[in-house]
Ligand binder design. Structure first.
Ligand SMILES: Nc1ncnc2c1ncn2[C@@H]1O[C@H](COP(=O)(O)OP(=O)(O)O)[C@@H](O)[C@H]1O
Ligand SMILES: [Mg+2]
Length: 427
């Protein structure tokens, strides 16, 4: 379900924005508009859907319109044209009282510069949003304590902001935002002022909290690594326009244009892409009860040296062609006693880890899901292609050959959004 939806938003800053809307709609550039009219194009024709429970990142360089965009969500900024829906409600239609309630209850914001009140204690700062909502002192302090504990700040309640480090101050900001119990968190460059190490810790903490809370989080950053690390989806803005929107994989695997590509140059692809992105399309699979003659037929039909063998959904092992032939000669009822162990990697394993494993073994490698279920066979050439795009595709490797199609093959879909728990390895 869409939690936030904006449709065809334009924002022009200046004294007579309505006079220049048409020019902006007809495509006048940001520079030309400024020169001709003294008006600044903040946003041009932005449409975006933000799903409930997602961390949706909005990324772009300074001045690209990120803050302008999220301020539309709670109508801190009014659009020059376009529509804003939150939970299906047209935000522009809210009367002043309703708008006030909406701002206090639906969304909370976390800012880059923490926005703490210097002369109030950590506890009072964390309870601030609740005080604004009119929650009584005892109740709001209790909730503020709870959220301070959640962000790891128990024991600091009586301190003042200046006594805390930047990371700790931002944790107070986060506790304050979470304490109001708003369904939507708007985080505007919330971690940008922090040192890299602290920043990484805060990202981990946000991901851990989100796994429990399942809020809708709109997270602004100008940092691509942060975007790829946190976002379920990422929207990239440039000069007030939406250049590309999609999952981190969408963006890495098919950048919309040169601008995005130049952005992606320094990304550690091996960390962002995982084993599930590099499985063969339709591997040959057999079951424990497959008849040896049938197994041999299928291996020969595709000229394969081996096939993955499943026990239900789980990977049981690998059947080598020679062993299938031996099973047939020995008149075995099924292939179950002729399997070898098969190495596997979790679907969530980063391709850099996977690459290391591939270099250690020439054997086929399976990809398994969080419950140990078989996801597919790893394609060596895909791993290489994904980690170093444009490096030129080499001749199909052994594992790649397994991807070739054959009638009656069992196709295995790669599940989207692999859970990150790592299953035990078979070998
Ligand atoms: N209140 C304002 N008046 C005039 N121009 C503004 C105002 N707010 C933002 N802008 C302009 O809109 C553009 C987008 O700004 P902003 O949303 O703050 O970018 P970002 O958050 O991506 O750094 C910039 O060109 C900025 O100068
Ligand atoms: Mg900004």
């Amino acid at each position: 379900m869409n939690k936030i939806e904006v449709r065809n938003i334009y924002k022009i800053f200046g004294t007579r924005p309505e006079r220049w809307l048409k020019a902006a709609q007809e495509g006048m550039s940001k520079e030309a508009l400024l020169e001709r009219s003294g008006h600044t194009l903040g946003l041009r024709d932005i449409s975006l859907s933000i799903k409930e429970g997602d961390i949706h990142v909005i990324m772009g360089l300074s001045g690209s319109g990120k803050s302008t965009l999220i301020r539309h969500f709670n109508r801190l900024i009014e659009p020059s044209a376009g529509q804003i829906l939150v939970d299906g409600i047209d935000v522009m239609g809210l009367k002043p009282k309703a708008l006030e309630r909406f701002r206090q209850q639906k969304m909370s914001m976390v800012f880059q510069r923490f926005g703490l009140l210097p002369h109030r204690t950590v506890l009072d700062n964390a309870a601030y949003g609740l005080a604004v909502q009119g929650v009584r002192r005892a109740a709001r302090n209790e909730r503020a304590r709870h959220w301070l504990e959640q962000v790891g700040l128990s024991g600091f309640e009586a301190q003042y902001p200046h006594q805390l480090s930047g990371g700790m101050q931002q944790r107070v900001g986060l506790a304050r935002a979470l304490a109001t119990d708003a369904e939507i968190l708007l985080m505007d460059e919330a971690f940008s002022a922090l040192d890299p190490l602290i920043r990484h810790e805060m990202q981990d903490q946000l991901l851990a909290l989100q796994a429990k809370l399942n809020k809708t989080i709109v997270f602004i950053t100008h940092d691509l690594d942060e975007a790829l690390r946190l976002g379920n989806r990422i929207a990239i803005l440039k000069d007030g326009e939406l250049v590309q929107e999609g999952t981190p994989e969408d963006i890495l695997l098919s950048p919309a244009n040169d601008y995005i590509e130049s952005f992606l140059q320094d990304v550690n692809r091996g960390k962002v892409l995982n084993a599930s992105h590099a499985v063969t399309e339709r591997p040959l699979t057999l079951t424990m009860r497959s008849h040896p003659a049938h197994a041999v037929d299928r291996l020969l039909a595709r000229d394969y040296d081996y096939a993955a063998v499943l026990d239900g959904k789980r990977l049981a092992g690998v059947l080598m062609r020679a062993d299938a032939q031996r099973a047939a000669r020995e008149g075995a009822r099924d292939i179950s006693r002729y399997l070898s162990d098969m190495a596997s990697v979790p679907a969530s394993a980063g391709l850099d880890e996977v690459l290391a494993q591939l270099l250690r073994t020439p054997e086929p490698v399976a990809v398994t899901g969080a419950q140990g279920e078989f996801v597919g066979l790893l394609s060596r050439s895909k791993v290489v292609e994904l980690v170093t795009p444009g490096a030129g595709t080499s001749a199909p490797s052994e594992a790649e050959a397994v991807a070739a199609d054959a009638p009656g093959s069992v196709s295995v879909a790669v599940p989207e959004g692999e859970p990150s728990a790592a299953p035990k390895q078979v070998a």
